[in-house]
Ligand binder design. Structure first.
Ligand SMILES: NC(=O)c1ccc[n+]([C@@H]2O[C@H](COP(=O)([O-])OP(=O)(O)OC[C@H]3O[C@@H](n4cnc5c(N)ncnc54)[C@H](O)[C@@H]3O)[C@@H](O)[C@H]2O)c1
Length: 563
C-alpha cells in the first residue's frame, strides 16, 4: 500500500503552481513583520524557484543598509531605487520576491508588478505585527515612534493599497509552515481573470472576465479610477444579491461609494428615471473625476451609461454587467440611452466605459429565462460574422446554459472580442454599409416586437432578438440571398436550447402594418427607408436598404401576422 502511494507520487506529482501562473514571478507584499522574507524563502523552496529579498538587493546595490539609505538620502530617494531594483528583478527569470513594506504603495512599482508578476498580500492583524517588530532596530519607519501607533497608522494608509494584490492570504501566529501551506494553496486555487483589450478611436479599455470579480472590484479598478470615489447605480434585484459584496470590495480599497437603486426591469429605462438620477448625482456633489459604476443588466448599463455621459458633460463610467446579455453585448461598445414613448433607445449617447468587469459567477443567480435570453445575443455574434463561433454554440450552447462557468467565460470573451472588432471599425455607426449596424441582426424585428408588448417584461429583449434572428434569416431566404438549409440550422439550434425563434410561438396575433410602423420609427431608418441586416448564410451578414416593403409584409403574414 505504502509502495503504491510512493509510486503514484512519482508518476503524477502534485502540481506546484497552476499553468496560468507558470512563468510569472510571485511578489510578496505586506507590512513589516508580515513574514514576507521567511514565508518567501520557504515558498520558493517548495516551488523550486529562486528566492530574492528586494531590500537585500537594494542594500547590495547601494553598499549600505536600508536604514542608512533612509537616513542619508530620505524616503523618496529610497523608493526610486527600490522601484528600479524591483523592475530589474521582474525582468528576470520567475522567482519569489519579498518586497519592503512601502514598495507596493508606489504606483509605478505596483503597475510593474501587476504587469509582470502575481502579487500576494500577507495580511496580518495589528497585534501580531506589533509583537513581531517590537525591538527590531533595523526598521526605519518603526524607529519613528511607538511601534503600536506607527503600525496602526501604516495599516490605515497601506492596507487599502495592498488590497489591490492578486491574492490575499490572512496570516496569524499559527506557525510559519502552516502559513506557507496556505499561501501555496491560495496560489494553486487562484484563477487569474482573462482580459481583452478594446481599442477604439476614442478610447481604450479592458474587459476583465472571471468568476468572483465583484469581490475584487476595488482592487481590479484601482489602477483605472481617476478618483477614489464612485457612484453605483443598480436595480433592486441586483442590489439584494450582489451589491453588498461590491461595497465591501470598494471599502477594502478605501474607495468612497454612494449608491442609487432603481426598480428592476425595462420600465426604469426612461427619461423620468434618468432625470432623477442625474439630479441625485448633482445633489450629492459629484465631481468630474467621480466614476459612475453600473452594476446590473443591460437596462442599468444603458441608463447609468447615459447618466454618466451627460452629467457634467461626461463622467468616467465603469460597467459591471450582471446578466449574460449585458456581459456578451451591451457592456461593450459605448451605446447608452433610454426609451421614450416613440420607441426604444431613441435618446442617448455614445459613451465608452473605462473598464468592464464581467463576473461570470453572478450568472449563478440569474433566472434561467434571462440566461437563455442573453444567449440569443451570443448566437447572433456567430451568425453575423463567425460561422466557427456558431458551430461552437451548437456544440456548447446546452452546457453554457446548464451553468458551465468555463463555457460562459469563453463565450463572453469571444462575443466581446467580436463586438470590439466591429465597433473599433465603426465606433459611432456611421458607415453606410456593413459597419457597426451589422450588430443589429434580428433587432429590427426584435425591437418592433418589444414595442408591441410595451416593454412590460412579458417578452424579454433577448427573446425578441431570438425571434428576430429567425425572421431575418426568413427574409434573407425569401429574397434569395440565403439557402433555406442555413435558416433551418439556425431555427434548430434556437429551438434546441429552448429559445423562441418563430413568431407563432408567442401565441399572439400581430398586425404586419403595426410591426412595420414600429420599424419605421426605429433608428435604423435612413432617408425614410427601412434598413435591414440580412445574411448570405451563417456568419455572412450584410446591410440592405433595398428590401421592398411588400416582401416584409409577405414574410410577416406568412409567419402568422394579420395584414
Ligand atoms: N447598449 C447596448 O449596446 C445594448 C445591447 C443590447 C441590449 N441592450 C439593452 O439591454 C437591455 C436588456 O438587458 P438585460 O436583458 O440584461 O435586462 P435587465 O437589465 O432588465 O436584466 C434582466 C433582469 O435580470 C435581473 N438581474 C440582473 N442581473 C441579475 C443576476 N446576476 N441575478 C439575478 N437577477 C439579475 C434584473 O434585475 C432584471 O430584472 C435592453 O434595454 C436593451 O435595449 C443594450
Amino acid at each position: 500500500m505504502t509502495r503504491n502511494i510512493a509510486l503514484n507520487d512519482e508518476v503524477s506529482p502534485v502540481p506546484r503552481l497552476p499553468a496560468a501562473l507558470a512563468g510569472r514571478s510571485i511578489v510578496l507584499v505586506g507590512l513589516m513583520g508580515a513574514g514576507k522574507t521567511s514565508v518567501g524563502r520557504r515558498l520558493a523552496a517548495r516551488l523550486g524557484l529562486p528566492f530574492v529579498d528586494a531590500d537585500s538587493e537594494i542594500e547590495q546595490a547601494a553598499g549600505c543598509s536600508v536604514g542608512e539609505i533612509f537616513e542619508r538620502y530620505g524616503e523618496p530617494e529610497f523608493r526610486e531605487g527600490e522601484r528600479r531594483v524591483i523592475t530589474r528583478l521582474l525582468a528576470g527569470e520567475p522567482q519569489v520576491i519579498a518586497t519592503g513594506g512601502g514598495a507596493f504603495v508606489c504606483a509605478e512599482t505596483r503597475a510593474a508588478i501587476r504587469r509582470e508578476a502575481i502579487s500576494l498580500w500577507l495580511r496580518c492583524p495589528h497585534s501580531v505585527l506589533v509583537r513581531r517588530v517590537t525591538g527590531r532596530p533595523h526598521r526605519p519607519l518603526i524607529n519613528q515612534g511607538d511601534p503600536g501607533e506607527v503600525l496602526a497608522r501604516l495599516i490605515e494608509q497601506r492596507h487599502p493599497i495592498y488590497a489591490e494584490a492578486d491574492v490575499i492570504v490572512d496570516c496569524n501566529d499559527d506557525g510559519i509552515e502552516h502559513t506557507v501551506s496556505r499561501v501555496q494553496q491560495a496560489l494553486l486555487s487562484y484563477v487569474p481573470p482573462r482580459r481583452l483589450s478594446v481599442v477604439l478611436p476614442s478610447a481604450r479599455y479592458e474587459v476583465v472576465v472571471g468568476d468572483g470579480l465583484i469581490d475584487r472590484a476595488g482592487a481590479l479598478l484601482g489602477a483605472v479610477l481617476p478618483q477614489k470615489r464612485v457612484v453605483v447605480i443598480t436595480d433592486e434585484t441586483v442590489a439584494g444579491l450582489h451589491l453588498p459584496r461590491l461595497l465591501a470590495s470598494f471599502g477594502e480599497c478605501s474607495i468612497a461609494c454612494e449608491m442609487f437603486v432603481v426598480p428592476a426591469g425595462e420600465r426604469s429605462k426612461n427619461l423620468d428615471q434618468y432625470a432623477e438620477l442625474v439630479c441625485g448625482l448633482l445633489a450629492r456633489g459629484v465631481e468630474r473625476r467621480t466614476s459612475v459604476v453600473a452594476l446590473g443588466g443591460g437596462v442599468i448599463g444603458d441608463l447609468a451609461g447615459f447618466v454618466a455621459a451627460s452629467t457634467m458633460r461626461g463622467l468616467p463610467f465603469v460597467q459591471i454587467p450582471t446578466t449574460l446579455l449585458s456581459q456578451v453585448d451591451s457592456s461593450v461598445g459605448g451605446k447608452t440611452g433610454v426609451n421614450t414613448p416613440q420607441g426604444k433607445n431613441l435618446v442617448g449617447a455614445f459613451h465608452q466605459p473605462i473598464a468592464v468587469l464581467a463576473d461570470v459567477g453572478v450568472l449563478r443567480t440569474l433566472p434561467e429565462r434571462e440566461l437563455r435570453a442573453g444567449y440569443a445575443e451570443i448566437v447572433k455574434t456567430g451568425l453575423i460574422g463567425d460561422a466557427g463561433f456558431f458551430a461552437w454554440c451548437e456544440e456548447n450552447g446546452a452546457g453554457l446554459l446548464g451553468g458551465d462557468i468555463g463555457l460562459q467565460s469563453e463565450a463572453v470573451l469571444r462575443a466581446c472580442a467580436f463586438k470590439a472588432a466591429v465597433v473599433g471599425d465603426d465606433e459611432r455607426e456611421m458607415k453606410p454599409n456593413d459597419g457597426r449596424a451589422l450588430l443589429n441582426l434580428g433587432h429590427s424585428f426584435g425591437h418592433a416586437l418589444e414595442a408591441e408588448y410595451g416593454y412590460d417584461g412579458r417578452l424579454l429583449h433577448g427573446e425578441a432578438v431570438g425571434i428576430g434572428l429567425g425572421l431575418a434569416f426568413g427574409l434573407s431566404v425569401r429574397l434569395g440571398h440565403c439557402d433555406g438549409v442555413d435558416r433551418e440550422r439556425v431555427l434548430n439550434h434556437l429551438h434546441g436550447v429552448g429559445l423562441l425563434a418563430e413568431l407563432h410561438q408567442l401565441n399572439r396575433r400581430f398586425s404586419a402594418e403595426s410591426l412595420i410602423g414600429h420599424m419605421a420609427r426605429d433608428k435604423k431608418v435612413r432617408d425614410g427607408r427601412l434598413n435591414f441586416v440580412l445574411v448570405r448564410g451563417i456568419g455572412q451578414a450584410f446591410t440592405s436598404r433595398e428590401v421592398p416593403r411588400e416582401e416584409v409584409v409577405a414574410l410577416l403574414r406568412e409567419a402568422g401576422c394579420e395584414a
